[in-house]
Each structure stands twice: as structure tokens, then as C-alpha cells.
Design a protein. Structure first.
Length: 213
């Protein structure tokens, strides 16, 4: 690459197991709608059953044109997946009895990130310019429907991609909702049916940051 150029290639792979997950062990059972430990409300339990995988490719280029001008640029291609992003709040699983639907892109997964920084020494009054630019793709975000379909008092349910009329995982909570609203059983059941994976489809807009010091 020449005396004044440096090219860097690196790969980072990480795998984590036994990540902390918060479960509601007293959520209503999907089969009966009854709580296993009685009608005492939610009981939250911490368990180390979470998974985490990350793969990153790093490319960096450093150039020193002269004593007055230098710059550094890098590009990172990354993919991060997990089935838990922490504990509490909106981080509870949609179904505490089945965590398979939680595995997907991590909340902090940024697929593309480009960084450019440099130094330009001006010949006047010992001034220097230091541009710094970061451009990255958007992070994924979780989609919820704002309803408590399984009666666990947690609004973590996600929309379904099942066709209308499909009834999978029907619960007494959904049955009661249909009776109150007068909705058709099949149409309400379709909302309950197949939950989308965590962060499975939508991504926030890209981000561009920059500064000159």
C-alpha cells in the first residue's frame, strides 16, 4: 500500500450463552387461561437462558499525504442476533412459555457503519481542521400491537402475518375479547396466531453525523 498508507482487515465473531432473560412464570396458560400459581398477579423470574451471536467485518484505511494532511476511514459490516436485550419494561417476551419467537436482530444491530476522520494543518496561525463524519444504517425496532391478548398484563404482543380465518394458539383471553366486542372468533384468532420474530422486518432510517473541530 505504500509507505504512507495502511490498510487493515479484521473479523470479529462473538457468541454468548446464558444471557439473562426475564420471564413471567405466572402468565396465564395458553391452554386454559389459568395462572399456574393462582390469581396472585405476575411473578417475574430471571433466568440465564438467552443467546447472543455477532459477526463483524472491519476494513480500515489510514493515509498520510503529507505533514499537513492525514485521514482515517473505516467501514464495518455487522450482524447481531439474540433473543433478549435485557430485563424489564418492554423487554419481556411476547410469550413466556415459548421464547423461539424472540430470536432475531438485536436492538443495537447496525448493519453498516462508515467513519471518516482527518486532520488538516493550515499554514496560518497554527490552525487545524479536524473533520469527523459517521454514517450508519438504522437500527431495527420492535413492533407491538398495543393489546394484551393473553391476559398477562404485558403489552408485548406482535402483529401476525397469518391469513384471515387462521386460528392458532387460541386462548380464553382472546375468546373473552371476541365475546365482549362481538368480533368473529376467526378474525380475532388470526391476530393471536403467528407472532413475528423480534425485530424481524422494519428498520429505522439511516443516520448521518458529522463535525468539524
Amino acid at each position: 500500500m505504500g509507505r504512507n498508507n495502511v490498510l487493515t482487515l479484521a473479523y470479529v465473531g462473538m457468541k454468548g450463552t446464558h444471557i439473562l432473560v426475564t420471564d413471567n412464570i405466572n402468565a396465564p396458560l395458553p391452554s386454559s387461561g389459568l395462572r399456574p400459581f393462582g390469581n396472585v398477579g405476575n411473578i417475574f423470574e430471571y433466568e440465564s437462558s438467552g443467546r447472543f451471536n455477532q459477526n463483524q467485518l472491519f476494513i480500515g484505511f489510514n493515509n498520510r499525504f503529507s505533514r499537513a494532511i492525514t485521514f482515517f476511514s473505516s467501514y464495518v459490516l455487522s450482524k447481531t442476533t439474540n433473543d433478549t436485550d435485557g430485563q424489564g419494561g418492554s423487554l419481556f417476551p411476547a410469550n413466556s412459555y415459548d421464547l423461539t419467537g424472540e430470536f432475531g436482530r438485536a436492538a443495537f444491530d447496525v448493519r453498516h457503519r462508515f467513519t471518516f476522520a482527518g486532520t488538516i494543518n493550515l499554514p496560518w496561525w497554527q490552525l487545524s481542521l479536524n473533520p469527523f463524519i459517521i454514517a450508519s444504517s438504522g437500527r431495527p425496532f420492535n413492533i407491538t400491537i398495543g393489546q394484551d391478548l393473553n391476559g398477562d398484563r404485558l403489552f408485548t404482543e406482535r402483529p401476525s402475518f397469518a391469513p384471515a380465518g387462521t386460528v392458532v394458539g387460541w386462548s380464553p383471553a382472546v375468546n373473552a375479547a371476541a365475546a365482549v366486542t362481538g368480533a368473529d372468533r376467526s378474525s380475532v384468532g388470526a391476530v393471536q396466531s403467528v407472532q413475528t420474530n423480534a425485530f424481524g422486518s422494519l428498520t429505522a432510517p439511516p443516520i448521518l453525523e458529522g463535525a468539524v473541530a
